[in-house]
Design a protein around this ligand. Structure first.
Ligand SMILES: [Zn+2]
Length: 567
């Protein structure tokens, strides 16, 4: 048994997440956490809402709330949505809580002690009417290159050029529209990443087992050359800037940049968990306090890789303290909505809460895991969702389970029958199953979720093929013992399929197991019992419809409501 620490990228606080966010970090992290727990390992799966920064302030203002109240509400909404999707966080924390404030201030202190932080003067746009400095993307104006009138301060969406907000002609505040702007000088703390480049490269060189996507993104950033990074902002909502526990002179109205404090919340959320449960957190994170044997795995979308391979490691390495760093990093591509992006404003795509109004979590969990954006971008379409639900879940898995359990109910008094001896057909089935389970295990170990799900489906297909040949409904008329072997084997297959489905479809797995009186959802071992686990005369009872087919009319209705092929 090993100790495994899992984190998935922290969802930002402003609003419930869409299926793409779910598919690219939280869901695969959950599937893998469940797989590892089912193998008997000690797993700690940590996530949290990322709550600081300008977008939270502006979203709160738009909602007519103070930012604390807004974040309180939004955190609860995201927490409930995660639970409803079966995301098995051991802790779902908040970056705005005290542990993250303390740790962020601690890291800034030790980085400065190590000569890696200095104060610099920036020139930034100040909006007099808004009474605030404007981050780059909140200044808009006319592009100096192409004359596009709604260019943002960081980039022109029309010609694609990167901009500095002071480049814009006729700039105005995206917050209020005010043109009453001026450039002001403001002091900020800079993390001297340029001094950490060789240590970062050495560390990344040592991470030989990272997937190619993560390594190539990390090297791209190193090869382009690191820049010293501003880690404070002129805002009021965030971690206050302190020095050795006291407000830092001249920084009373500033906070740490959200990208500096957010990854530190991985550690701080573990502290929240420890406080809430009476456990210890340092033995998960400090190499000098027991974390040497921890394996740390991070899940994220590809846009987050640079922060996890360069920015956050720069904080950790620069501290000179023995913190646990990531061992395995699993990055995902984009889930698109048909050909384009999910869009809240255009009403394209499904959000987590809406999805569960349409269908139970496991339908989505299967689709997004078995056909997720793993090695390339992938598209969600209603038509493909209908196909995978109807074929994989209803026809192959659900039908198998209900058919054999109902037959046992009608012909064998609702119990797993005794009598007869397994023969060559059952021996072949078991050999084939062991091969498929070995494949599923290897693919889950490698975090190859699509391939793992293909192996699961292959196991269900083997069960259906076995029943076709064993045909207990035919054998029952001439050879009851032979039929009993077929039914008993089929019911044991049901128990096995529940165990195999559990990491991806935890709700259905419980129902499937319960239909044959089992509660065992452990992952099968290479040589453990497979087809003789149910006790003799074990009562069984069909679970009702496990997976309902998606009808064409539903596809049409959902496409009209959430967008489809024609939009
Ligand atoms: Zn332009």
């Amino acid at each position: 048994m090993s100790r495994i620490l899992i984190t998935s990228a922290l969802p930002y606080i402003n609003g419930i997440k869409h299926l793409g966010n779910l598919a690219g970090s939280m869901l695969p992290a959950d599937v893998w956490a469940r797989f590892k727990r089912a193998q008997g390992h000690e797993v700690l799966y940590i996530c949290a809402t990322d709550e600081h920064g300008t977008p939270a302030e502006l979203a709160a203002a738009a909602a007519g709330q103070d930012v604390r109240t807004y974040c309180d509400e939004q955190h609860e909404i995201q927490k409930k949505a995660g639970e409803a999707f079966g995301l098995s966080f051991d802790w779902f924390g908040r970056s705005s809580r005290a542990p993250n404030h303390r740790l962020t201030q601690h890291f800034a202190d030790v980085l400065e002690d190590n000569g890696l932080i200095e104060e610099r003067v920036d020139r930034m746009i100040y909006s007099i009417d808004d009474a605030r400095f404007l981050p780059d993307r909140y200044v808009e104006g006319t592009c100096p290159h192409c004359a596009y009138e709604k260019a943002r301060g960081d980039q022109c969406d029309n010609c694609g050029r990167l901009l500095d907000p002071t480049d814009l002609k006729d700039p105005y505040s995206a917050v209020s529209g005010s043109r009453n702007l001026e450039v002001r000088e403001t002091r900020h703390l800079y993390l001297l990443q340029t001094r950490l480049e060789s240590r970062l490269r050495e560390w990344i060189d040592s991470r030989t087992d990272w997937q190619p996507l993560a390594r190539s993104i990390a090297y791209k950033h190193l090869d382009e050359g690191l820049i010293d990074r501003g880690i404070t902002r002129d805002l009021s909502w965030g971690v206050p800037v302190t020095r050795k526990g006291a407000p830092r002179p001249g920084f009373e109205n500033k906070v740490f940049y959200v990208w500096f404090d957010a990854p530190i919340e991985y550690i701080a959320a573990t502290e929240e968990w420890a406080e809430a449960t009476g456990r210890t957190w340092r033995d998960w994170w400090r190499l000098d306090e027991g974390a040497e044997d921890v394996r740390y795995v991070q899940f994220m979308g590809k846009d987050n890789v640079a922060f996890h391979t360069v920015s956050f490691p720069a904080t950790i390495l620069g501290s000179g303290e023995p913190w646990k760093m990531v061992d395995t990093l699993k990055a995902f591509n984009w889930l698109n909505w048909y050909g384009g992006k999910f869009s809240t404003s255009q009403g394209r795509g499904v959000f987590m809460d809406q999805a569960l109004e349409l269908l139970p979590a496991d339908y989505w969990r299967w689709r997004l895991t078995a056909y997720g954006p793993e090695h390339a971008d992938s598209a969600f379409t209603w038509e493909d969702f209908q196909t995978s639900t109807n074929k994989d879940l209803a026809d192959v898995l659900g039908n198998f389970v209900n058919r054999i359990v109902k037959f046992a109910e009608s012909k064998f008094d609702g119990v797993s029958p005794e009598g007869g001896e397994p023969g060559p057909l059952e021996a072949k089935l078991e050999a084939d199953l062991r091969a498929v389970i070995a494949e599923a295990t290897a693919q889950f170990e490698a975090m190859e979720f699509r391939k793992a799900c293909q192996a699961l489906r292959a196991a269900w297909v083997l069960g259906n093929e076995y029943l076709q040949v064993a045909a207990p409904w035919t054998a029952f008329k001439t050879d009851v013992d032979r039929a009993a072997v077929g039914v008993r084997t089929g019911l044991n297959l049901v128990a096995l399929f529940a165990r195999l489905a559990a990491p991806v479809m935890p709700f259905s797995a419980e129902k499937i197991a319960a239909s044959v009186g089992s509660t065992d959802l452990s992952w099968p071992t290479a040589d453990g019992p497979l087809l003789d686990v149910l006790p003799a005369r074990q009562p069984v009872a069909a679970a009702g419809v496990l997976f309902a087919k998606i009808e064409d009319a539903q596809v049409a209705e959902w496409a009209a409501r959430f967008g489809g092929a024609e939009t």
